[in-house]
Design a binder for this molecule. Structure first.
Ligand SMILES: C[S@@+](CC[C@H](N)C(=O)[O-])C[C@H]1O[C@@H](n2cnc3c(N)ncnc32)[C@H](O)[C@@H]1O
Length: 316
C-alpha cells in the first residue's frame, strides 16, 4: 500500500469493513478500561450520581464497547433509562431494557441520536477519533505524517488550511522532529455530540493535555491483546492518541479525581471489626475502596480529564 495520511489509514484500521472495532471480541478483548470489572462498578456509581446531580433519568453511553458500563449501571440503578451506542449491533446478552443504536464510527454519529435530555457520556471515545498527525521537518515546517501498510512513516505535504489554523492556535511548534496531533477532528466530533442534546449534560472522558503541557513526540499508541505494540494500521490493534481538551470549547474540564471526590466517592477502608462480624461485606467494602483508590489515583486513572458541557432546555 502506498503511504497515506495517518488520519485516513487510522480511520480504515478502526472503522473500515474489517476495522478493529468491528471484531467479535470487542475492545475488552484487547485492553481494560475503567468501565470494566470492579472499577466499572464504581465508575457506574459516579455516572449515576452525576445524572442525579444533573437532574436527568437517562444515560446515553456513547462508544460503549459491548455495554460493560451499561450493565454496571443497570445493576446499581435499575430505574435509569439506558441507551448504548457503538459501531456494532446490539450484544445478545445485554439486559432487555437497555436500548442500543448502531453508529458509523469515529467522528460520525448516528442520525437517530438527537433531541436528548440525558447525561451523555463518551468514555474513551475522542481518543479513537482519528486526527491529522503532523511533524516539524528539519526546516521547521509542519508536514503531515504518512504511513505505509506496515507502519513505516514518511513526511508528506505541508499542513495547510483548517488543520494549519488549528495547529497555529492550539499547538504552535517549530522544533524539528516534534509532533503535533491536530485536534480539529476531535473538536468537530465533540461539537456534533453536544449539538445532539436539548438538555442535560454531555461528558467526554479521556487522557488529555492542554496548551501548557503538550506532549513533544506525540502520543499515538497501539494496543493488541493487552500489550502496547507497534503503530501499524492493519485493523488488528487499537490506535489511540491523547486529546487536546482545551480546544474542545467545553464548559468545564476537571480531573477524574476531582470529580469523584466532588461526587462523594472517597476511598475509605472498612472498619477492621467488620471482618469478623460480616466477612463478606468486609471483603466487598475492601474491593470497593481499592477500586475508588485506583480511579482517583493522581498519578494514574485519577488524571483522566472529564470534559463537560451543560445544556439548558431547548438550547443545544
Ligand atoms: C477505547 S473503546 C472504549 C469503550 C468503552 N467506552 C470503555 O471505556 O470501555 C472506544 C469505543 O468507541 C467506539 N466508537 C468509536 N467511534 C464511535 C462512534 N462514532 N459512535 C459510537 N461508538 C464509537 C468503538 O467502537 C469502541 O467500542
Amino acid at each position: 500500500m502506498s503511504p497515506r495520511p495517518w488520519r485516513d489509514a487510522w480511520w480504515d484500521a478502526l472503522y473500515g469493513p474489517d476495522g478493529f472495532y468491528r471484531r467479535d471480541e470487542g475492545p475488552a478483548g484487547h485492553f481494560t478500561t475503567s468501565a470494566h470489572g470492579d472499577l466499572g462498578a464504581v465508575l457506574a456509581e459516579a455516572v449515576a450520581r452525576l445524572a442525579d446531580e444533573t437532574g436527568v433519568c437517562r444515560v446515553v453511553d456513547l462508544a460503549c464497547g459491548r455495554g460493560e458500563l451499561l450493565r454496571h449501571l443497570r445493576g446499581c440503578r435499575p430505574e435509569l433509562e439506558l441507551l448504548g451506542v457503538d459501531v456494532v449491533g446490539r450484544p445478545d446478552d445485554l439486559p432487555d431494557d437497555v436500548g442500543w443504536l448502531r453508529s458509523p464510527g469515529g467522528s460520525l454519529l448516528p442520525d437517530d441520536l438527537h433531541d436528548l435530555d440525558a447525561l451523555v457520556l463518551a468514555h474513551e471515545w475522542l481518543d479513537v477519533v482519528p486526527c491529522t498527525v503532523a511533524e516539524v521537518d528539519d526546516d521547521g515546517v509542519l508536514r503531515e505524517v504518512l504511513v505505509d501498510g506496515d507502519g513505516s512513516e514518511s513526511l508528506g505535504d505541508d499542513v495547510t488550511g483548517d488543520d494549519r489554523a488549528w495547529a497555529d492556535a492550539w499547538w504552535p511548534n517549530a522544533t524539528p522532529g516534534e509532533r503535533v496531533e491536530i485536534g480539529l477532528s476531535r473538536d468537530l466530533a465533540w461539537r456534533d455530540l453536544v449539538s445532539r442534546s436539548l438538555s442535560g449534560l454531555t461528558v467526554a472522558v479521556d487522557y488529555g493535555h492542554t496548551r501548557t503541557g503538550r506532549p513533544q513526540h506525540g502520543t499515538l499508541t497501539a494496543y493488541r491483546e493487552g500489550q502496547v505494540t507497534e503503530t501499524v494500521p492493519d485493523g488488528l490493534r487499537d490506535l489511540t492518541a491523547h486529546v487536546a481538551t482545551d480546544s474542545l470549547g467545553a464548559d468545564e474540564v476537571v480531573t477524574q479525581r476531582e470529580l469523584l471526590h466532588r461526587l462523594g466517592l472517597i476511598s475509605a477502608t472498612p472498619e477492621h471489626a467488620q471482618a469478623s462480624t460480616d466477612p463478606l461485606a468486609y471483603v466487598r467494602a475492601l474491593g470497593r475502596a481499592s477500586a475508588v483508590a485506583a480511579l482517583t489515583d493522581p498519578n494514574g486513572l485519577g488524571g483522566f480529564s472529564w470534559v463537560m458541557t451543560r445544556h439548558t432546555r431547548g438550547h443545544a
